[in-house]
Design a protein around this ligand. Structure first.
Ligand code: ATP
Length: 355
């Protein structure tokens, strides 16, 4: 087990793409750390540079306080699980799991014992003689995990390991993986496109954009208090309302409506300054009647989310979205009022959170 530390880590690919731009990051020993961000922001590059599969162009990588920047992947003592699991199709489950031990020249009997022990933990013991082609996606994923566990590496690096699973299996695998990581206590870096996955699994997470880290925090911090409008717009299954506004004395004018200054920004704004007002659709209540502090408009769209509905209001030609519980959804064309929660709304100045 070991902490991972990145100091000024930079990666420029041949051709000039700067995939990582002087990143600093400390992941404490035993932490489950998720990396999230839009396609092309550098997540995979970051993971591969930690693993040593890509050489850093600048800065350094430390694993357990040891500087491994110039060390080959084999000498770094980390194990990586790829999106496609990278199992060997011609080897059975035992040999796939034991492969890293064979590379380390561990004798055959010990390899078999270790493979069996790890496989039992993952419920794979009845599949040991099968080849990857004879396994389901979920089983293949467990074999890939078992192979990582068999190595007893100091850190696990996962590159979207659940993306090939169907929705139900993915949820199961999520719980399972999280539990396993807790039990083993191995420092884990987990790359995903899926923010629900990151929010559910991570102790802490980073949101990346174009080679930079835009926020690091616990899932609750990143969800509740996105540090900037990029993270605010990126995190959340329904995007946050980010509305242009102006400070008018001790209130805000947003989409032609008078709105209370959010609690976090109280006393921090100047009259007349331009701001962006941010509030998640989940943090607004909907009313069919005029409501104090509400933003009134016409219901333009009503979308079914299952146990709730997403209501899109046209407020003086500005789109405002709010989530209403099942059974209380309005009809398109109704007059409606969205009332933000003062304790959950946020204000951004020049793209950065005012707090
Ligand atoms: P995705 O979520 O789509 O997998 P990502 O966040 O993992 O994306 P990376 O794969 O790390 O992003 O890519 C970061 C940037 O580096 C992108 O602009 C990409 O086009 C570029 N890139 C990645 N690999 C190479 C390479 N081998 N040569 C040149 N450029 C590359």
């Amino acid at each position: 087990m070991a902490a991972i530390e990145l100091r000024g880590l930079t990666k420029v690919y041949p051709g000039g793409v700067k995939a990582l731009d002087a990143l600093d990051l400390v992941i404490p020993d035993g932490e489950f750390f998720a990396l999230l961000g839009p396609s092309g922001c550098g997540k995979t590059t970051l993971l591969r540079t930690i693993a040593g599969l890509e050489a850093a162009s600048g800065g350094s990588v430390l694993i357990g306080e040891r500087d491994v920047t110039g060390t080959q992947p084999g000498g770094r003592d980390v194990a990586m699980v790829f999106q496609d699991y990278a199992l060997f199709p011609h080897m059975d489950v035992t040999d796939n799991i034991a492969y890293p031990l064979r590379i380390k020249k561990v004798d055959k009997a010990t390899r078999r014992d270790k493979a069996a022990e790890v496989a039992a933990r993952l419920g794979l013991e009845h599949l040991m003689d099968r080849r990857p082609g004879q396994l389901s996606g979920g089983q293949q994923q467990r074999v890939a995990l078992a192979r990582v566990m068999a190595t007893q590496a100091q850190a696990f690096l996962f590159d979207e390991p659940l993306s090939n699973l169907d929705a139900r299996l993915r949820l199961e695998a999520r719980t399972f993986l999280k539990k396993l990581q807790r039990e083993l206590g191995v420092t884990t870096v987990f790359v995903t496109h899926d923010q629900a996955e990151a929010l559910a699994m991570a102790d802490r997470m980073a949101v990346m954009e174009a080679g930079h880290i835009r926020q690091i925090g616990t899932p609750a911090e990143v969800f509740r208090r996105p540090a900037n409008t990029f993270v605010a717009g990126f995190i959340g299954s329904t995007p946050m309302n980010l509305l242009d506004g102006v400070v008018r004395g001790d209130t805000l004018e947003v989409a032609g409506c008078k709105v209370a200054v959010p609690a976090v920004a109280e006393g921090r704004l100047s009259d007349g300054e331009k701001i962006v007002y941010g509030v998640r659709p989940e943090y607004m209540t909907y009313s069919g009647e005029p409501a104090e502090g509400g933003m009134g408009g016409k219901v333009a769209i009503v979308e079914n989310l299952g146990a709730s509905h997403l209501v899109t209001l046209d407020v003086n030609d500005v789109i405002v979205q709010t989530v209403v519980p099942e059974g209380s959804e309005p009809a398109v064309g109704d007059d409606g009022y969205a009332v933000p929660r003062r304790d959950r709304a946020l204000v951004y100045r020049d793209g950065e959170l005012v707090s």
